[in-house]
Design a protein. Structure first.
Length: 283
């Protein structure tokens, strides 16, 4: 122990660092602890849609190649985003169909037919007749049905059955015999009954004033056709018959105003009589 103390003292006297300081310096410095990376908050749905729409626009405009577009989608939406890799081809096909919808003659006729069908009341809609008219425009092409459900926000597409085959020669011969028979039949004039165009009460009122056809506009433009396959009678589009008498709207409005004025006047007189009787009783 004395020898050890002498060695320590000599080391100190020679200008060396004391032993406690050597032991303190030899201890390893504590290293900073690495914290795990904090998970970034997931973007909201609206933000995801905006980012995706920006990526798609850049890809369609040529500012981004296909591989980078796939990598960005994979990092944004995950592994299930593979279904969107070929979205540019789908956009191209949709654009092509829109161009055909504007320029093609058959598409123009279909859009005109759709506009006419939308103007009609829903109570007069017949699905069979609507499909037959659309199939007549399409000729030999396939006919599809589109159903959109507002509450579920779903679009359903259905391929309708192909039209029946064209009429065979035997059916055409039967049709020709039917037409010849209808044309050859002579109906005597005595068997034709005259129809009543006007109601009896209106007819008597109009004949008392003079001519019943005064200020009347009549248009006979309704056309029809007969199907060769089943002999059904079908009315043509954009054809109609109408009967209109000028001045009836103005007369109806004047009569309605007069009736309203008389009703209000009678109500006022009743109120005035009640108020007068109450005033007399109080005095």
């Amino acid at each position: 122990e004395k020898e050890k103390e002498v060695v320590v003292e000599e080391v100190v006297e020679g200008g060396q660092v004391p032993l406690p300081q050597l032991q303190q310096q030899a201890q390893p410095q504590p290293q900073p602890q690495l914290q795990p990376p904090q998970p970034q908050p997931e973007p909201e749905k609206q933000d995801v849609y905006k980012i995706f729409f920006g990526l798609l626009r850049s890809f369609l405009c040529g500012h981004m190649d296909g591989s980078r577009f796939e990598d960005e989608l994979r990092s944004l939406l995950g592994a299930n985003s593979y279904m969107l890799y070929t979205l540019d081809k789908l956009v191209y096909l949709i654009t092509k169909q829109l161009v055909n919808l504007v320029s093609d003659d058959v598409c123009k006729r279909l859009r005109h037919f759709y506009d006419i069908a939308q103007e009609r009341p829903s109570t007069t809609y017949l699905e069979g007749l609507h499909q037959a008219s659309a199939q007549n425009i399409l000729a030999d092409e396939n006919c599809y049905r589109f159903d959109y459900y507002l509450e579920a926000k779903e679009l359903a597409i259905q391929l309708l059955d192909a039209p029946p085959p064209k009429a065979e020669p035997k059916i055409v011969e039967r049709w020709q015999r039917y037409v010849d028979h209808v044309v050859s039949v002579c109906v005597p004039a005595s068997s034709v009954q005259e129809g009543r165009t006007f109601l009896q009460r209106n007819f008597e009122r109009m004949t008392a004033r003079g001519n019943a056809m005064e200020n009347v506009v009549v248009q006979n433009g309704l056309e029809c056709k007969i199907s060769v396959r089943n002999y059904k009678l079908l009315y043509l589009e954009d054809t109609e018959d109408y009967f209109y008498r000028r001045g009836r709207v103005v007369q109806s409005r004047d009569r309605a105003r007069a009736a309203t004025y008389a009703r209000k006047a009678a109500k006022f007189h009743m109120w005035l009589e009640r108020a007068s009787s109450r005033a007399i009783e109080q005095h």
